[in-house]
Structure formats: C-alpha cells, structure tokens
Design a binder for this molecule. Sequence first.
Ligand code: BYC
Length: 325
Amino acid sequence: MRSKGQIEHDETDVADPRELEFQALIDSDQRIEPRDWMPDGYRKSLIRQIAQHAHSEIVGMQPEGNWITRAPSLRRKAILMAKVQDEAGHGLYLYCAAETLGVDRSELIDLLDQGRQKYSSIFNYPTLTWADVGAIGWLVDGAAITNQIPLCRCSFGPYARAMVRVCKEESFHQRQGFESLYALSHGTTEQHAMAQDAVNRWWWPSVEMLGPPDTESTHSAQSMAWGIKRFSNDELRQRFIDMVAPQAVVLGLTPPDPELRWNEERGHYDFGKPDFEELRRVVGGDGPCNRQRAAHHLKAQEDGAWVRAAAAAYATKHPAASAAA
Ligand code: BYC
C-alpha cells in the first residue's frame, strides 16, 4: 500500500531505504529522534514551524508585558508576571528543540530580526485596556492550546515532548484569562463594557490565528503526511469555536459574530467567515503593531548582547560550572 508520506514522490522514484525506514516509523506512530535519518524537507519544515512557534512565544511577551506596570492589583500583577515568564520559558524550550535539528538559536533570531522568519499574526494587535490581558488569556491561549495539544503527538520527539509542559502551562493561562474576564464582566457597568470591547477586538484575530483556510494552506498536506500536524487549520478552528462559544455564555459576553449558533445536525457551532484578507495583510507585515514589535525585539537583542557575551566568556572559563547549571 502506498504510505501517506509519499504524496510528493513520482511513481517512478526509486525509494531510498532510509526513507522507507523513516516513513515506517511515522506510519507506526513512533517518534523521529534527532539521531535518526530524516528527509531534508522534514527537517526544514520542522525548523520553520518550531522557529516560528518559538518566536511567537518571545514576541508574544510584548503585548501582555505592556500591562505589568499597570495591573490593577498586586495579585493581578504577580499572575501576569508569572505568565509572561512562562512564555519566555516556552520560547527557550522551543529554541532548544529546533537546535536538535542542527541550527543555532542565534541564526533563527537573526532571521526573525531580518524579517525572514515569521511569528504569529496575533501579536501584532495592540493591548489597549486591562481587559485585553484577560481576552488574550481566554481567546489567544485558548486558540494556542487547541493547536498545541495535538502537537504533543507530533512525529518529532523533541518538539512533542516540549509541547507537553507548554500545554499544561497554556491551559492554566487560559483559565486565568477566563477568570480575569469573568471578574470584569460581572463587575461595574464600565468594567463589563471594557470586557466586551476587548472580546470584540480579539475574537476574529484569534479565530484567524489558526492559519489560512485549508484550501489555501501551503504546508498542511505534507505536514499531516509527516505527522507534524495532526489536524488541518479548519478542523482546529472548528474545535476552538466549539470550546469558546459556550464559555462566552458563562462569561456573559457576546462574540462579535451574528452567525454564531449551535447546529444540531452537525454537532458543531456554525460561525461567520473570518477575514482571511486581514490575516494575509498582518502576516505580510502590515498589521497595527508589526513595526513596533519588530523594533522592540531588535532593541532587546542589542541591549542584551553584553549579557550573552559575558555568559559565553564565563562558559569558556568555567566549562564544568556552566555544564552543571
Ligand atoms: N501567523 O501552510 P500554512 C502562544 C503562515 S504562541 C503568522 O497553513 P502551517 C502564546 C505559515 O507559517 C502560539 N503566520 O502553515 C504566546 C506559512 O508561511 P511560511 C504560536 C502564519 O505551518 C504568548 C503560511 O502562512 N503557535 O501560544 O501548515 C502569549 C501558510 O500557512 C499564521 C504556533 O506557532 C499566523 N497565524 O500552519 C499567549 C503553533 N498562520 O512559513 C500565547 C505552531 C499561517 O511558508 N505552528 N501562517 O512562510 C503551527 O501549528 C502552524 O505553523 C500554523 C500554520 C497552524 C500556525
């Protein structure tokens, strides 16, 4: 039988025995480890996706970091600081996972700063009020875990293992966002209005961040054949809507989608058409905050150069101490 991963090959291809072994591992749902042979396209695709994912975690600290100094209470400030630190940790696990594929994180970070690698569209939107922090936790982390739980079963071992801890922390982030938004929604009239306004602005970008529709997704078919992705962008989008639509009712907030309603026959929520033209524009660099996010990342890299140089010099002088740390 023709295996799923052979979709890009011509019938006349002479199969490389290493490729057959690789595909057999994928087809029997086992993990590919860094020491294993892998096709160049698989390696490249993973580096692309893991790097984009790592960059998203790091750039994703900016919109929420914007509210650390203005959180409304010490408790909210402590929670937000811990969450933003978690995102930094996720970025670091992911750069480590990418490094097992033979790249160095400094190369990836340079590619990001040169605009040659992407990060998630969602972080190019501004956080205008405190309620945006709750909306990000509920919707953005909600979309992120919908996408990332299946990645715990990704065929590449180091990526799949990194995702297990990331998903546990993201689930906690989603709950804190829900709780924060619930408090606002059930607070004063002004607080309720602020929560509703945040949901109005973050709803569609969160629905869109799961990627272009399947008909326009360039990588999905091959990534699914290789067991990198387990579900298509549209399947994940439906799962996300099915999760958050009933949660919105509990929150007492109305998603800005007049077509959102339960479809008994399908066993899913129907929803309106996301603005994929806007997604294309934002991914292409023309979102509300793309320039600000890129400039801030570059400045942080430059400002931190001396720390990296000092850490490297220390590691050279004291290799045993650095390995233990
Ligand atoms: N934004 O063929 P497609 C977080 C690109 S952070 C930007 O469907 P694929 C958090 C795509 O890269 C969560 N670009 O691609 C952190 C491709 O372009 P290239 C971030 C997008 O890879 C802090 C092109 O469009 N999560 O949780 O099959 C605070 C065609 O797309 C986007 C991840 O990164 C987008 N939204 O599927 C709070 C998860 N969508 O590369 C929370 C890992 C598409 O050919 N990544 N593109 O130039 C994935 O699962 C997949 O890469 C995607 C896209 C589902 C995002």
